[in-house]
Design a protein around this ligand. Structure first.
Ligand code: CDP
Length: 786
């Protein structure tokens, strides 16, 4: 008999984040908090030049500084076959330069010293002999026939071109353009930006001379994948490597690649026999770790005169920096840019992409993004707005006319992706209603008559998250499946071990809620463990909003597996057959006799105390999930702005964001994710740019030049939701972490362009600084008066 029970706080409950207790009390444990006996400190000497021949390094003065233990150079690394390492895109990257330096900030030498201060001071005593070469700072220049070859280390590389890649049906698309009533085009640049997490990258490498065991504490979004990469790069046996990823102060894609600093610190610890700590400073993080975007794009949309979209053609040139290190599944040469047709029922589409080496930092990381879906979403949403103007249509109406309709799902796009579910119209309708779209358009007419620049911008994005199904996805050959391991203790409390790694998303809370929903154990009774390769199941980590779609599904499935064993035990306890047992919210009862019941806690106790003869003891399981498809969250964002015609300053008056991420596990956490994403999207649209002068000096190397939006600039967000479950995910959830960063930049930019429309401005590239907007206004006025 089971008495009245408290409601289980599973799916749909805004449970407060358990991890916040330790963060609010300052009791988090970050890599820089790790202090080991005998620990040394490492600092890295970086190249001042973007492109130069390296003639030699004299480290004798640095070696002589008291407290310096060793100076590591590329030559020393080469002796151990560690001067180069593989990138995530099957290229190679210099760990420490041996022949040339190829970007400003490249790793040239490392000092290992008793204190971090001595290590930094010693860097100034290293003498490096460089011969500067012509720096290449644009991919266009890189591809000119007389441009110096950057990757002279690669024998087969005779120029700076890295790849050409195409997808879609070129012939059918060209045909659609030939017969189109209207072709609208847009040239735009998605600038280089940076994830810039508050905690920079770093590690403590501890290789024991006694046991050969390497324990590496590192700021890793993908500890298991990193362990495998370490094993492959360093030739160490995998069981001798343990990666511990403690609390992480934000990742956003920045902590997916393996950086030279990790490799040097580990090699130094191995050679010296003492733990070595390396913590990047802010400038090092901004100038040398994974950048994002940097796409020069040309898009064309073919339409009928009634507004029906009939074809899409996009070509782009990617600036990959000095080493091609895009973080992306190997089957998609340019990530998920192939999803460029967005939310629209486009019968034909063709995408072509080229990549070029330049003298800039490598990266191409998925900054709060699924492998280039952000650039794709920006391209189509900007193009659609311009198409509406050229056809003299309202941008909302043109979108609605061309949306993939609710009953078309599952929908196969022209580039072969199968969208799982969606209701784009519903999300758009809600966003328009919340912002009062019709009334805003009326007010806009009035404001325009008064000489004011008011704009309304929309973006109806479709996301693609949950990398990935094994038929299409792998990272360096590794399948992108994730494991979950669940054990219920005798007292009915549980421990869940997951392969993904939280960096602020609240996994310790939401993953416990998934188990709560499946087993009826309250989330506070479930401890979630992650970030330790020796103590969690294998999986490829957290990025590209894949945790919920992949690891969340593994969690639901392992809980279901455990529930089946619990059902057998309940049947034994209640002396009925398994088929006669019903389950509801943590209670197993006899069909037709609800008073005869056992709670999950009673069943758990019996699993260790009272089992049917021959039944295996314990209540636990493990499940590896290989998703059948990706999940496709979506939404509509609507922004109203006013632009000051005298200064170009623009202000967000309203920002409405309607998101659909399927079933929401924790609505409060989902809203937090959306707020954060909208803020980052605003930063990208309004102020962020890593750029370079003609000598290849990186501008944007600190937070005075590279701006993060503060509470002062950040707009006020008004959120709305629709819920369209994923049909193939066990709990119907889709990812959400990156949606707002993917979808919002186009909405902000569309709003500003809409404000400038009376002047005839059709494009301003991000970031839309007031200076750029002002210049666009001046240019438009000059053109009008000439
Ligand atoms: O991979 P990552 O954790 O960055 O992204 P995500 O899977 O989109 O999840 C971000 C956070 O939102 C996690 O704590 C999720 O469990 C939570 N979430 C949710 O509560 N409901 C959803 N439908 C999607 C995510």
């Amino acid at each position: 008999m089971v008495t009245e029970r408290e409601e289980i706080r599973g799916l749909g409950h805004s449970v407060k984040r358990v991890e916040d207790d330790r963060f609010i009390r300052g009791a988090g444990n970050y890599v820089d908090d790790v202090v080991l006996p005998g620990m040394l400190h490492m600092a890295i000497l970086r190249s001042p030049y973007a492109h130069a021949t390296l003639n030699g390094i004299d480290a004798s003065r640095a070696q002589a500084l008291p407290g310096v233990v060793a100076v590591v150079t590329g030559e020393l690394m080469a002796q151990h076959n560690l001067a180069w390492m593989p990138t995530l895109s099957y290229d190679t990257q210099a760990v420490l330069a041996t022949d040339k330096v190829r970007f400003q900030g490249q790793e040239v030498a490392a000092v290992i010293a008793e204190t971090a201060y001595i290590a930094k001071d010693a860097l100034e005593l290293i003498d490096v002999d460089y011969d500067p070469l012509e720096p290449i700072v644009t991919p266009q220049r890189a591809l000119e026939s007389d441009a110096p070859v950057i990757r002279t280390d690669k024998e087969e590389q005779k120029d700076n071109h890295i790849y050409h890649w195409e997808t879609g049906d070129k012939e059918a698309t060209d045909k659609a353009f030939e017969v189109a009533d209207k072709v609208v085009s847009l040239d735009t640049f998605y600038p280089r930006c940076h994830p810039s997490p508050l905690e920079t990258c770093g590690c403590v490498a501890d290789v024991s001379p006694a046991t050969g065991q390497a324990t590496i504490y590192m700021t890793s979004q993908a500890p298991h994948a990193h362990r495998t990469v370490f094993a492959l790069v360093a030739g160490l046996p995998e069981e001798k490597i343990r990666i511990i990823s403690p609390d992480i102060g934000g990742g956003f894609g920045n902590k997916v690649p393996v950086y030279p600093g990790y490799v040097i610190a580990t090699a130094a610890s191995l050679l010296i026999g003492r733990p070595v700590k390396w913590i990047e400073d802010r400038t090092e993080n901004l100038i040398s770790t994974g950048f994002a975007r940097d796409f020069h794009m040309h898009g064309e949309l073919a339409l009928k005169s009634d507004g029906t979209m009939t074809g899409l053609r996009v070509s782009l040139l990617a600036d990959e920096g000095a080493f091609h290190a895009d973080a992306q599944p190997s089957k998609f040469k340019i990530g998920l840019f192939g999803i460029v047709s967005g939310s629209y029922d486009l019968p034909t589409c063709h995408v072509s992409a080229d990549g070029a080496y330049t003298n800039k930092a490598p990266g191409g990381v998925a900054y709060r993004c699924s492998f280039r879906v952000t650039e794709a979403s920006y391209m189509i949403e900007r193009l659609v707005q311009n198409a509406a103007y050229e056809l003299d249509r309202d941008p909302a109406d043109l979108r609605k006319q061309n949306f993939i309709e609710k009953d078309q799902f599952p929908y196969e796009s022209a580039t072969g992706f199968v969208y799982d579910s969606g209701d784009y119209q519903a999300a758009m309708d809600l966003a328009l209603e919340k912002i009062g779209y019709d009334q805003l358009r009326e007010e806009q007419k009035q404001q325009r008559d008064d000489g004011k620049l008011w704009g309304v911008g929309l973006a109806s994005f479709t996301e693609i998250v949950g990398a990935g199904p094994h038929k299409d996805y792998d990272l360096l050959g590794l399948r992108m499946n994730d494991g979950a391991e669940l054990r219920i203790h005798p007292t009915g409390k549980a421990i869940l071990k997951i392969s993904v790694q939280t960096q602020g998303q609240g996994h310790e809370t939401t993953f416990a809620q998934i188990v709560a929903g499946e087993l009826g154990i309250q989330p506070e009774d479930i401890k979630v463990m992650h970030g330790d390769t020796d103590n969690t199941p294998y999986g490829l980590g957290t990025y590209a909003s894949r945790s919920t779609p992949v690891s969340g599904a593994a969690t639901a499935m392992v809980a279901r597996r455990v529930r089946e064993k619990a059902r057998q035990i309940a049947a034994h306890l209640l002396e009925v057959s398994e088929a006669d047992i019903e389950y509801d919210e943590g209670v197993f009862s006899v069909k037709g006799a609800p008073d005869k019941a056992k709670t999950i806690q009673e069943v758990a106790f019996a699993a260790y105390t009272d089992l049917l003869e021959g039944m295996e003891a314990g209540l636990e399981g493990v499940y590896y999930y290989d998703p059948p498809n990706l999940t496709f969250p979506f939404g509509t964002y609507a922004v109203a702005v006013e632009v000051d015609p005298e200064t170009g300053v623009w202000e967000v008056k309203r920002m409405v964001a309607v998101d659909d991420c399927g079933v929401r596990i924790n609505p409060m956490i989902v809203e937090g994710q959306i707020h954060g994403g909208l803020t980052e999207g605003y930063g990208i649209a309004a102020m962020q740019l890593i750029t370079f002068d003609e000598s290849g000096n990186c501008i944007g190397s600190n937070f005075v030049d590279y701006l993060l939006p503060t509470a002062w600039e950040t707009p006020k967000f008004e959120l709305g939701e629709t819920v369209t479950p994923s049909p193939h995910h066990p709990i119907g959830a889709k990812g959400v972490g990156e949606s707002a960063t993917v979808g919002s930049p186009a909405a902000y930019v569309n709003a500003v362009i809409d404000a400038l429309r009376p002047l005839g401005v059709t494009n301003v590239d991000m970031p839309l600084t007031s200076a750029k907007v002002w210049a666009a206004i001046q240019e438009a006025k000059a053109t009008a008066s000439s």
